[in-house]
Write a protein that binds this ligand. Structure first.
Ligand SMILES: Cc1ncc(COP(=O)(O)O)c(C=O)c1O
Length: 379
């Protein structure tokens, strides 16, 4: 079976993980600190705080932004459910906004109708790696005192107006889940240019302690720690960070390969009338974290039927991005109609795209879609 995604992990990552294990320090320690520094410098932001997942990162970002019960947080419904869930973790109400069809991202036009006097934050997602137009959203939100948090889970190495995605936000969160380009097994990273915010995030991820376990261990004197506020155990391990450091060194290669294969998909599927694919927006580039195709209304087979045909040919594709408001966990949450979201979630699928995908494997994927669409091309 051709998988939808396979992480690019090898002997170097295995050696780095083994080295962390043999060092005897496997919890959050020197390798996490090194990974944070390397990641902050790769993206070009002052401070990076490693966490156990992007979900944990979004949770902490909302706490750091002072969001709590009674507040409204505007989020896209068209996102992995963690984006909306994060608002609920802090007692706030997620309010779903629709998205732009070409980028699958929030825009000022989709967010503005959702703003109320209770709106305190907007979580802007760089969906599938395509950077959102953050400047436009900052213009909308800044004057109203609304915090913009960037869910850059999928966007490591994407570029927004000449800078790495995540670099222009006061808080951005990345994921290192194996579905993402760069993986640590599970893991996430928060970025902020503000040293005070970074210090609070470090405290929050480690039970609210006023100094880290690693710092306590390094001290030659007995140290009595204090717990300054309600915190969490959202730490990354040094084993994960060791893997992350190797993966970060491969990021440029990972992106170059993705972009090459994505271009090939675009060229070879380009003959199907009306079919749209993930693509660079006018103001930046995507890392092609996920390569989605949007089937035109007159495509001869349904999206789910096409997924079946792909599976029969040994291709593990996926439905497109989910819509949280359609899930049972969001029953009872009201929102205005989300026509673009509903169309995208029903009519898109995600094709295999990963570093070691071969051209002949890609040709199998393409041939299934092209033969399914042949009736359309003839009409
Ligand atoms: C947009 C978005 N936000 C958040 C997450 C959650 O990331 P993690 O699995 O690291 O918690 C994901 C993961 O798929 C995602 O795609």
């Amino acid at each position: 079976m051709i998988p939808v995604m396979r992480p690019w992990l090898g002997a170097e990552e295995a050696a780095a993980a083994a080295e962390a294990v043999s060092s005897g320090w496997v919890a959050q320690g020197p390798r996490v600190a090194e990974f944070e520094e390397a990641f902050a410098s790769a993206i070009g932001v002052g401070y990076a705080v490693a966490v156990s997942s992007c979900t944990a990162g979004l949770h902490l970002a909302l706490i750091a932004a002072g969001i709590g019960p009674g507040d409204e947080v505007v989020v896209p419904s068209l996102s992995f459910i963690a984006t909306a869930n994060a608002a609920r973790y802090v007692g706030a109400v997620p309010v779903f906004a629709d998205v732009d069809e070409a980028t699958q991202n929030l825009t000022p036009a989709t967010v503005e109708p959702c703003l109320t006097p209770r709106t305190r934050a907007v979580i802007v997602v760089d969906q599938a790696g395509i950077p959102a137009d953050l400047d436009a959203l900052h213009d909308l939100c800044g004057s109203r005192g609304i915090t913009v948090i960037e869910d850059a889970a999928c966007a490591v190495g994407s570029v927004y107006r000449g800078r790495p995605a995540g670099a222009g936000s006061t808080l951005s969160a990345f994921s290192f889940h194996p579905r993402k380009l760069l993986t640590t097994g599970e893991g996430g990273m928060l970025l902020t240019p503000d040293p005070d915010v970074a210090a609070r995030l470090r405290r929050l991820r480690e039970h609210g302690m006023d100094l880290s376990a690693a710092a306590r261990h390094a001290s030659r004197q007995p140290v009595i720690e204090h717990y300054l506020e309600l915190g969490f155990n959202f730490r990354m391990t040094d084993i994960q960070a060791a893997v992350g450091l190797v993966q970060l060194g491969k990021l440029d290669q990972l992106i170059a390969r993705r972009r090459l294969l994505a271009q090939r998909y675009q060229q070879l599927l380009g003959g199907l009338p009306g079919l749209r694919t993930a693509a660079d927006p006018a103001y930046g580039t995507t890392n092609y974290q996920s390569f989605w195709v949007l089937l035109p209304d007159d495509f001869p087979v349904s999206r789910d039927e096409l997924l079946q045909q792909l599976a029969k040919a040994g291709v593990s594709a996926r439905r497109g991005i989910m819509a949280a408001h359609l899930e049972p966990a969001y029953e009872g949450f009201t929102q205005d109609p989300l026509p673009v979201t509903e169309r995208l979630t029903a009519r898109t699928l995600i094709l295999p795209l990963f570093h070691e995908l071969t051209e002949s494997e890609q040709d199998i994927v393409i041939s299934v879609i092209v033969s399914a669409g042949r009736a359309l091309a003839r009409s």
